[in-house]
Design a protein around this ligand. Structure first.
Ligand code: PLP
Length: 369
């Protein structure tokens, strides 16, 4: 793979999509016996370099995803990296991996952005720099026990807006029969490799059938909504006479605590004056039409409106029926979602003030001179 050339004559930030492109460097930290080194910027391609090392880790691997933006004031800042640092620490602790400190995580993020500063897309392009921290065991061993050695790599790659100039039209979502994502007291709440490989096949099959996103119900009872394969679920109740809604999102041990979801909750409550409910949500509430807008949310796309949910149910005789539920009119993006989307994206781009100091660091990440 060759380095992405942002100075090429036909280069267009808006056409990057969401794909890995090689940049200048990634940063790699290594630990042994529970102690991290100071990290090193490496200019060789990331992907080839580390594959051999990952064969013996018994799935001790976790990752993160966050974004840096070139904001309206021209400065580069990262959206809530402390939240990702705290979450990777939780993932590591659960898997008995040596966690980074918050300071080490932030230091790595800053250094790798500085080394790739020309890959941070310009303000107004709708594109941003996607940052992918990933950690895995690298001790050479065959017995099943926690690795004594880890590599923590952070690489970056510019990505364009999933949907140019706002949100896409609503997508169709599928609840697939006899397919679960996470066990009730398993690992669904942390960002570890095993959760994602578990949905690769079902996501592929769903996509082939015309469903870009898979929705999962709780695996014990298949009654309550959990989340999508790589994004959280939230729903909005219709606006009352004053334009007030409720932002409703599931509470469950086995869902990933999305930074985007937490941030949208705060936008809904503090900036839009809506109610926020984090509670168990029975799928029957969707069927009863309680919500007029439903969406998936996560770092990559912020908000993906969902226009229809198709629920596959296995009958006693083994046959499968599909119960369809259309959300809103199924084809237009709801006003509530538009408001939420614009509020968060405007903070990320510096179009509106940042009342919660989410954008880090306050004075921006400067180019090395
Ligand atoms: C990463 C992820 C999300 C989204 O989290 P963000 O912090 O908002 O990017 C949601 N669900 C799952 C399963 C995820 O892996």
């Amino acid at each position: 793979m060759t380095k992405l050339d942002v100075n090429a004559p036909n280069f267009n930030w808006g056409e990057l999509g969401f794909a890995y492109r090689q940049t200048n460097a990634h940063i790699i930290f290594k630990s042994k016996g529970g102690k991290w080194d100071n990290g090193e910027l490496v200019t060789e391609p990331f992907l080839q370099m580390h594959i051999a090392a990952t064969a013996l880790h018994y799935g001790q691997t976790c990752f993160e995803g966050l974004k840096a933006f070139r904001m309206k004031d021209g400065k580069v800042r990262v959206f809530r990296p402390q939240a990702n640092a705290e979450r990777i620490i939780q993932s590591c602790e659960y898997c008995m991996m040596t966690p980074p400190s918050v300071e080490m995580f932030l230091d790595g993020v800053k250094r790798v952005i500085k080394a790739n500063i020309e890959y941070v897309p310009p303000y107004g392009s709708g594109a941003s720099l996607y940052i992918r921290p990933v950690m895995f065991g690298i001790e050479s061993k065959v017995g099943l026990s926690s690795s004594d050695e880890y590599a923590f790599v952070i690489f970056v790659t510019p990505v364009s807006d999933y949907y140019k100039g706002g949100m896409s039209n609503p997508v169709k979502s599928l609840i697939m029969a006899e397919t679960d994502r996470a066990a009730p007291f398993g690992t669904g709440h942390i960002k570890i490799g095993g959760n994602y490989v578990a949905t690769v096949r079902s996501s592929y099959l769903a996509k082939k059938r015309g469903y870009p996103v898979l929705l999962f119900l709780d695996s014990a009872t298949r009654t309550y909504i959990e989340e999508f394969a790589t994004s959280n679920f939230f729903a909005l109740t219709p606006a009352d006479a004053n334009g007030k809604r409720a932002y409703v999102t599931p509470k469950s041990h086995s869902i990933l605590n999305s930074v985007t979801n937490m941030s949208l909750e705060i936008c809904a409550k503090e900036l839009l004056g809506w109610d926020v409910e984090r509670r168990r949500i029975a799928y029957s509430e969707v069927e009863e039409g309680k919500f007029d807008e439903i969406a998936a949310c996560g770092t990559a796309v912020v908000i993906t409106p969902v226009g229809e949910i198709d629920h596959e149910v296995v009958k006693e005789d083994g046959s499968v029926v599909v119960n369809k539920h259309v959300v809103g009119d199924g084809v237009t993006v709801g006003e509530g979602l538009k408001k939420l989307y614009n509020t968060l994206v405007d903070i990320q781009n510096g179009e509106r003030e940042d009342p919660f100091q989410w954008m880090w660091p306050a004075n921006g990440i400067e180019e090395e001179n």
